[in-house]
Design a protein around this ligand. Structure first.
Ligand SMILES: [Zn+2]
Length: 335
């Protein structure tokens, strides 16, 4: 058992919530009931809290455990929340410290401004004759021209080893993938035609963004993919079911800023590649909260491979959510 699990089991969440919302106005069995603060409930008492977890049975359907309560309601950082649960921070197992990064900020406005101009130029190039090979590569990955345009993908021509200076910035040659989120441009990743690493980025970008984060605003299920192209494909095929996002690799770490934005998602599916790095990254996310659930493509190593071999992404995700729905018939946190 990890230290975090032990701490959560020691804590009676009903006492913690009483500190925040006062004595429970209603009780039902072992659950205490409150007006749900997450959707500012006026009528009714939809928030049920057990010793080991909470769930809103009303409009927002949010749920979680003591750690979620502290990070989502009290807006504490992961480490602060552990402190409240009685952990001495120096005792936190190193692996758990690695689950969340401290909040991050987008690059300076000047960088964003220049990078945005590079993104626009690269977009123009992609749709010109020069961009044809790059465009073929993208459509060959199953992306439609509509998806490519909406994602504002672009192309900086040149040998895969070369970098060019544009707008006074060092730009690698290849397919440009702008990371827009929360009204900012966080980074511009570049998929090079060959060579390792496959991806570079315009110097000065912040890779602690969350690609696709804006899509979470009107979805209550998020889907963590390993890379940007898988994310775009999942959005294209199943964007009305889930908000696909990516940290850009299985090894990247979620920052507490984006963890907070996931608050209203009752389910966070993690669809990492079927390899060692994917498994490790997925486990790190799964340790954050019971709302995170693993999901694997039925065939192939990743979402793109599954799709290119004829797989139906929509049906796959819809099925996974149906399974989740039947789990709900018995409340997850019922005693
Ligand atoms: Zn609610």
């Amino acid at each position: 058992m990890t230290d975090t699990q032990r701490l959560k089991e020691h804590c009676d969440l009903r006492r913690l919530v009483e500190q925040d919302l006062g004595t429970a106005p209603l009780r039902g069995g072992r659950a205490y009931l409150w007006k749900c603060p997450f959707h500012h409930e006026h009528k009714g008492f939809s928030l049920a809290v057990w010793a080991n977890g909470y769930r809103c049975f009303g409009a927002c359907d949010t749920s979680g455990d003591a750690l979620d309560w502290l990070t989502n309601y009290r807006r504490l950082s992961f480490v602060e929340a552990l402190r409240v649960l009685g952990e001495r921070v120096e005792n936190i197992a190193p692996v758990e410290r690695k689950c969340l990064k401290s909040p991050s900020e987008p690059p300076e406005w000047d960088w964003q401004h220049r990078a945005e101009r590079i993104v626009s130029q690269a977009e123009e190039t992609l749709w010109s004759e020069v961009g044809e090979p790059a465009l073929n590569y993208l459509t060959g990955r199953g992306l439609t021209t509509r998806t490519i345009r909406a994602a504002r993908l672009g192309y900086v021509p040149g040998d895969f080893r070369s970098w060019r200076v544009i707008e006074g910035m060092d730009v690698p040659c290849g397919i440009t993938i702008p990371w827009f989120a929360a009204d900012a441009l966080w980074a511009v990743k570049v998929r090079r035609a060959y060579g390792t690493p496959k991806y570079q980025q315009i110097k000065g970008g912040n890779v602690n963004g969350l690609y696709g984060a804006d899509g979470m605003a009107d979805r209550d299920v998020a889907l963590f993919c390993e890379g940007e192209f898988d994310t775009l494909l999942a959005r294209q095929e199943a964007g009305n079911l889930v908000a696909p996002v990516t940290l850009s690799s299985a090894t990247a770490i979620l920052s507490s800023r984006w963890y907070a934005e996931l608050t209203h998602c009752h389910t966070v599916l993690v669809a990492y590649d079927r390899d060692a790095a994917g498994e490790k990254g997925a486990n790190r996310l799964l340790s954050l909260s019971p709302r995170f659930r693993p999901i694997q493509v039925p065939q192939g190593k990743d979402i793109t491979e599954f799709y290119l071999n004829g797989g139906d992404i929509y049906a796959w995700i819809a099925d996974a959510l149906k399974e989740k729905q039947s789990d709900l018939e018995e409340p997850q946190y019922a005693p």
